[in-house]
Design a protein around this ligand. Structure first.
Ligand SMILES: *Cc1c(COP(=O)(O)O)cnc(C)c1O
Length: 212
């Protein structure tokens, strides 16, 4: 591909981009793909989508709940999402709009949910804060809670996606489908390719809302 063309303006589609999007949609339970350059940017896009969803469908809710020991990237916004103080200390003030609660603690997630909450974002299995496996029923509980509250469930699959847990996407190993999933790392295998992928039911982004 590099011999043909490396980069096209995001004003245009390209055939390989469409083929990859189609493969991701056909092999997942999700419907719409937006490509990005890195995992952190894919997560930024997912959070922007969730905030727009909150603005349109949840009375303007703009906050995202994440968990401790998580890792979501190193942009100024994603270090606020990343629930590890040592990644946050040097870069304060942190971006507002994120709450970090203990991992595998469903009651803490419920208690942190307010009218301001538009999304819950977790890795299906933590990879950077240790190899931390969700307790039985945790992800399913989050799915049901999000459905009940009309909150988007975002799975950061930047590390667990593309076969790393044995299934193509990690969520397939746990039988819990997110509203939005982010991919990077293994998606490009060294080439800077990432994506956030959503269900049609929360596909609120329009042309011009976001670029890459
Ligand atoms: C690596 C990683 C990121 C950040 O991806 P970059 O491509 O380094 O920006 C985000 N989330 C998880 C779970 C990761 O493992």
């Amino acid at each position: 591909q590099a011999e043909k063309i490396i980069q096209t303006s995001n004003q245009f589609y390209s055939i390989p981009q469409l083929e990859l999007a189609e493969a991701l949609v056909e092999n997942s339970d999700l419907d719409k793909v937006f490509f990005a350059n890195s995992g952190a940017e894919a997560n930024e896009g997912a959070v922007k989508l969730a905030r727009k969803y909150g603005r349109l469908h949840r009375n303007g809710a703009q906050s995202v709940i994440t968990v401790l020991n998580s890792f979501h990237g190193r942009t100024q916004t994603m270090i606020a999402a990343t629930g590890q103080p040592h990644y946050q200390e040097a870069w304060k003030p942190l971006a507002p709009g994120f709450t970090n609660v203990p991992y595998n603690d469903f009651d803490a997630m419920k208690a942190a949910t307010t009218d301001e909450t538009c999304a819950i974002m977790v890795e299906v299995l933590q990879g950077e804060g240790g190899v931390n496996v969700p307790t039985e029923g945790y992800l399913k509980g989050l799915r049901e809670w999000c459905d009940e509250k009309n909150i988007l469930l975002i799975f950061d699959e930047i590390q667990t996606g593309m076969g790393r847990l044995g299934t193509l996407f990690g969520y397939q190993s746990f039988g819990v489908v997110p509203d939005v999933m982010t991919l990077a790392k293994g998606l490009g295998n060294g080439v800077p390719v990432a994506a956030f992928i959503c269900k049609e039911s929360c596909n609120v982004l329009e042309p011009g809302d976001h670029g890459s």
